[in-house]
Structure formats: C-alpha cells, structure tokens
Design a binder for this molecule. Structure first.
Ligand SMILES: C[S@@+](CC[C@H](N)C(=O)[O-])C[C@H]1O[C@@H](n2cnc3c(N)ncnc32)[C@H](O)[C@@H]1O
Length: 178
C-alpha cells in the first residue's frame, strides 16, 4: 500500500492523485460494461490497474479492451496482464484517435487528471472521445472536483454522482445520443 501511494505521489503532476481510486469508484465507473455482449472499451490513464482489473472481470469474451498509460512505472505492471482481449498502448491519451475509427467505440473510461490539462488540450481530447463513441456510447470519468463545464458543451447528456473515495470523487457519465 505504501509503495503504491509513493508511486502516485512521486508522479503527482501526471497522476493528479496520491493513491488509486476506491473500489466504489471502480465498481460504478464500469457500470455499462456488459458480460452479455461484445464491446469495444478504452481506458485512459490506467495507473496501477485497479479499474483495469475490474473492467477485465466484467468483459464479454469477444470484447476488445485498449488501455492508455504514459508512466513507465505503471505500464510495467500492466504489461504483465495476460489476456487476449487486453491491448496496452504506452502513449498519451491525446493520441487516441490514431487507433480507432470515428463512431466505433462503446465505452471510454477515464481516470485522467483533466484538471491539470491545458483548457485547449482537455477540450480537444473530450471532442476526440465524443467522435470515437458510437451512438449510445458513454464516456465515464472521475475527478476530485465538480467540473460539469468540461463535459456539458461536448456531450449530449451528462449525469454526475458523488462516490466514496479519499478525497471524495465526482463520477461523470457523459452520453453520445446522436
Ligand atoms: C488519477 S490516476 C488514475 C489511476 C487509476 N485509473 C485509478 O483509478 O486510480 C491518473 C493516471 O493517468 C495517467 N496519465 C496522465 N496523463 C496521461 C495521458 N496524457 N495519457 C495517458 N495516461 C495519462 C497517469 O500516469 C495516471 O496513471
């Protein structure tokens, strides 16, 4: 636990966190992942892999799961995941559109520290994610503050919930309806 906390704290400018998110966050942020049907799922900012593991446990056998992480100390651990559905991409989430066709993705789950991003980078990334989602797709993100203005101008519908976490986390569920 202490070594995990240290790995977050040492890289706080990239993680924006002192520890991984809670089991309440990982359970609720993966709500739409469905064992009943194949889906294309992306995770942005996997960190120590707590949400990654939860996603894998819920995925249909024919689903595809792509995970972006830029910190070597985190992706070294993610490299050990042996699962044919799992694809680790050791590049910035900013490059996400290089890998997928527009309108091809069911679910994007993000732990990225969006509040540390430049306004224009954050807005570009969220527009890119919107473009990648299928109609009916969802972008889910947790943050440690209320930032509805990041999402409302881009997505067709947004809901928020407060999740038990230290510090408390706001979970944003942002839908592409058209
Ligand atoms: C708050 S941590 C979230 C970790 C984990 N998903 C959790 O639930 O605790 C943010 C993660 O995003 C990663 N990250 C930050 N900027 C990134 C970027 N541009 N592309 C990919 N990953 C990034 C950091 O290295 C860190 O692992």
């Amino acid at each position: 636990m202490i070594s995990k906390a240290l790995s977050y704290i040492k890289k706080i400018r990239t993680t924006g966190a002192v520890y991984e998110s809670s089991r309440f966050v990982s359970r609720n942020i993966t709500h739409e992942i469905n064992f009943q049907r194949p889906q294309i799922v992306i995770e942005l900012g996997a960190g120590s892999g707590n949400i990654t593991e939860r996603i894998l446990s819920k995925l249909h056998p024919d689903s595809k799961f792509y995970c972006f992480e830029i910190e070597p100390q985190f992706y070294a651990k993610l490299e050990n995941i042996q699962d044919d559905r799992f694809h680790l991409i050791k590049e910035s989430a900013a490059d996400v559109t290089k890998y997928f066709d527009p309108g091809s993705v069911d679910i994007i789950i993000s732990g990225l520290p969006l509040s540390l991003f430049d306004n224009s980078d954050r807005s570009q990334l969220l527009h890119d994610c919107y473009g990648l989602l299928k109609k009916g797709g969802v972008y889910r993100q947790f943050l440690y503050s209320l930032q509805k203005n990041y999402f409302v101008p881009i997505f067709d519908r947004m809901e928020t919930s407060l999740e038990m976490n230290l510090p408390p986390a706001v979970l944003y569920s942002c839908y592409k309806l058209n």
